[in-house]
Structure formats: structure tokens, C-alpha cells
Design a protein around this ligand. Sequence first.
Ligand code: ADP
Ligand code: ASP
Ligand code: MG
Length: 241
Amino acid sequence: MALIVQKYGGSSVATPERIKQIADRIIKTKRAGHRLVVVVSAMGDTTDELIELMEKVNPDPPKRELDLLLSTGEIVSAAILAAAIQAQGEKAIAFTAYQGGIITDNIHTKARIQKIDTRKMLEELDKGNILIIAGFQGITAGDTITTLGRGGSDTTALALAAALQAKVCEIYSDVEGVFTADPRIVPEARKLKQISYDEMLELASLGAKVLHLRAMEIARKFNVTLHIRSSFSEEEGTLVR
Ligand code: ADP
Ligand code: ASP
Ligand code: MG
């Protein structure tokens, strides 16, 4: 059975209705006979709201506590999505980065993943569970919670896809794929069917937030096939390979 990693960004999990819709898509993939690891971002604008909240009490938020606070956004999404999947009679389990064994350095707010201990994740997959992982976060060797930088759930997904040797890593967001330019700014931009690692790396380094730069670096280094597509439609997106 092939393993697939799917990542759903903030707009894809913004409301309970959206979460139920992606639960359907996830269950379909599972029932098509795949092992499935799902990485989620915080719901909607949660991360921005949490930063604003802390700034109300401290204009210069302490980075350790900021990371602890921000990590909660992705944990909420993971727990709610696992519950939505279970409501439809499919087995799912939600993990924090700590439970998933995602180890980072100790550079708060822009930590780098150093290693992933896949043991517990593989145990849950072997039990037939869909594994839901809170994106954007890690844990240091000293058990402190870190985050991977804004947009970092993409990096969690690619790092897991590499560590678990996934057949494909699907990145779901609110655009149909990778375009020649940001389709929100340039309406005549064209969707690309396929793009090379180097071209995608260049787009990401120019700041196209459709994919986090570190995520793209991991994809190229470990040769992970990437499919960037929309959670709002069934259309094929853009293949990066
Ligand atoms: P998510 O929250 O799912 O991670 P993001 O908002 O981070 O999604 O990334 C998707 C956004 O990236 C799109 O809404 C789009 O405005 C922007 N974007 C910038 N450049 C591009 C591009 N070349 N192709 C597609 N989307 C792009
Ligand atoms: N929630 C985090 C952010 O807004 C991580 C992510 O969405 O990838 O940056
Ligand atoms: Mg993003």
C-alpha cells in the first residue's frame, strides 16, 4: 500500500464545514487503498490572531512563549479533523509534533527540523489509522516547543514525506496550483501543469507563498514528488518533480 502525505493550509480548515469537506476527501483517499498522513495548518487566520493576542500584553513577545502559543493553532485543527473523520466511521488519530517525534534545533520562531522519529507514526499507520499531524511545530531535544517560521506547515509535510518515503506529497490550498504569477495579483496568470524542482525553488525564493522555501529545499534534496492543488475542487493541480 502506497503512503500519501496530504497537507491542508489554513483556508482549507477555516470552518467546521470546510473540515467536514476535507474529511470526506481524506476518507476517499484512504478507502482507495492508501496509507495516509495528513498535516494541518491552524484554522483560517488563527496564527495572526494569536500573535495579536500576545502583543496586547507584551509588544515584544518572548519567543519561547510565542512558539508555545502558536503551536496551539495547529493542534486545534488536528484534533477537530481527527474527530470529524471518526464521526464518519473511519479510524484516525491526531498527533502533536511532540507525539510525532519531530525534532528541531532550538531557534525559536524559525526552527529547522533535524530528525523525525517515525516509530510511533508507523505503529499508528499499521493499526489502520489515518494519521493527522499538527503542522508548523517541532520539539527540541530538551522538550521545548518550537515553530518552523510562517508558512511552515508545508515544511512539516515535505519532511514527513521524505522520512516516510511517501509516493507523493499533496499540498492543498486555495489556488488550483502553481501559476506563472500570483493569480490574485495577476488575473491573466496561467496554471502550470508541471514544473521542475529548480523552477519551483526559484518561485519560492522569490516569495511566492504557495510553497514555503524550506519545504521546496527538502522536496528537491529527497526527490519527493509534489502535487500542489486546491481543496476547493477536484481539478488536477501542478506536479513538481
Ligand atoms: P495555505 O494557507 O494553504 O498555506 P498560502 O496562502 O500560504 O496557502 O498560499 C497560497 C497563496 O499563494 C495563494 O492564495 C496565492 O495568492 C499565493 N501565490 C503567490 N504566488 C503564487 C503562484 N505563482 N501560484 C499560485 N499561488 C501563488
Ligand atoms: N499557521 C502557520 C502560519 O500561518 C503555519 C502555516 O500555515 O503553514 O504561518
Ligand atoms: Mg502557506
